[in-house]
Design a binder for this molecule. Structure first.
Ligand SMILES: Cc1ncc(COP(=O)(O)O)c(C=O)c1O
Length: 401
């Protein structure tokens, strides 16, 4: 059956507006479309393809598990889920893991757990959730309400209540509203969708202290910043601040859908049998692939190289900017990089993305004013150089149009 981009408009719900091409093959950091045109991938499936496309070890693991056991549901446990659970708890502050299928579901579990924990330990008045403006936590109704972008959460009727937002990196604003009625504060240690914005050390330390003072749980949403993206396995490890709950997804499966919520034994005890669940959570195929991703990423060879590759990006982007003066700031950490556009190009990030695609390079935006890169952590240096050369041609096109 012949399908094209036009088929999308024919049969798909119109909530997405995908690019004009239809990719059919990927290898490492290169992708090919139906016409055989080749692209350098700096988007990484929105910070997911942490080992590039079709990494041979991941392909082998998926094939091997695919011939053994696909699915059981949570009526039974399975070996890949148990092994991944052990490795995640061994590698982090956490004692316990809950498996989900996406970032939103991992956050949904985290928020429900925080509410239940507060109810059990402090009573029903302790239910306030504080989140940050421009934060992003997923698209279920609870998580999108907690996210700090009303454009995503408005227009669906009454929202889950007791959710408040304050400005990111503004400790005084948090101090003003946090109280003993706060059950949780949720934040991305490095905001992704909101514009690639790092949290200051003072801010995260302050948030941690305020949460402890008010017996509020600190939830780190590391769905985008986790699994090596910043050069640490999780961003909290570079901040010396330990959350009570951490969520991870995206890169965890390297392209196979999986999410997880990590926490301590004491907090986990509130998700008793039957309180929460998912048919696919802990699926053997997903867990086998994620275990292999973790084995590969959580090594000095990969993690240390993230910082070196970040420098290659920064040097290349600075050089481009000297020529065209289109970025006011190049920011982010590790291989989550944001190029904030100057005054002249405000609102035009998408033009850069479209011009990049026309020049055979895939990138992302983070809001209307930031071009974002979230490539594979093992992208070859030659592909970084070639992708940046294509980006330079794209910028030249935008500047001259
Ligand atoms: C920080 C963060 N949390 C949660 C999500 C939602 O993840 P998913 O789309 O897998 O539900 C995203 C997705 O962009 C994210 O960046």
């Amino acid at each position: 059956m012949q399908v094209t981009r036009a088929t999308f408009d024919e049969v798909m719900v119109p909530n997405y507006n995908p690019a004009a091409i239809v990719p059919v093959k990927g290898q490492g950091s290169r992708v090919w479309d139906q016409e055989g045109k080749e692209y350098i991938d700096f988007a990484g499936g929105i910070a997911v393809n942490v080992l590039g496309h079709c990494h041979p070890d991941l392909v082998a693991t998926l094939k091997e598990q695919g011939e053994k056991l696909w699915h059981l549901s949570n009526v039974f446990t399975n070996e890949p889920a148990l092994r991944l659970g052990k490795k995640l708890t061994h590698a982090t502050f956490a004692d316990k893991v809950y498996f989900a299928n996406s970032g939103a579901e991992a956050n949904e579990a985290a928020l429900k757990l925080a509410r239940r924990y507060a109810l059990e330990h402090f009573g029903e008045d302790k239910n306030q959730i504080i989140a940050f403006n421009q934060g992003f936590h997923g698209r279920t109704f609870f998580t999108v309400t907690v996210g700090g972008q009303s454009a995503y959460s408005d227009g669906f009727g009454p929202k889950p209540g007791a959710v408040q937002h304050v400005d990111f990196n503004n400790l005084d604003a948090l101090k003003d509203i946090i109280s003993d009625k706060t059950c949780a504060v949720i934040m991305e240690p490095l905001q992704g969708e909101g514009g690639v914005i790092s949290s200051s050390q003072e801010f995260v330390e302050g948030v941690r202290a305020l949460c402890s003072e008010h017996n509020a749980l600190l939830i780190f949403d590391e769905v985008q910043s986790g699994v090596g993206r910043t050069g640490n396995l999780y961003a909290y490890m570079g901040l010396n601040v330990i959350p009570d709950i951490l969520t991870t997804a995206k890169a965890l499966g390297g392209g196979f859908p999986i999410g997880a919520m990590l926490t301590t034994s004491e907090i986990a005890a509130s998700l008793k049998v039957g309180t929460h669940g998912s048919t696919y959570g802990g699926n053997p195929l997903a867990c086998a692939v994620a275990e292999k991703v973790l084995d590969i990423v959580n090594t000095p060879a990969v993690l240390q190289d993230v910082k070196r590759k970040e420098q290659l990006f920064r040097d290349g982007l600075e050089k481009i900017n000297q020529k065209f003066n289109v970025f006011s700031e190049i920011r982010g950490e590790g291989l989550l990089i944001g190029c904030a556009l100057t005054e002249q190009y405000q609102g035009k990030a998408r033009d850069f993305l479209v011009a990049s695609a026309a020049n055979n390079m895939m990138c992302l935006v983070a809001g209307a004013n930031v071009v974002r890169f979230a490539p594979s952590l093992v992208i070859p240096d030659e592909d970084i150089a070639e992708g940046l050369a294509r980006f330079e041609r794209a910028i030249e096109h935008v500047v001259n149009s």
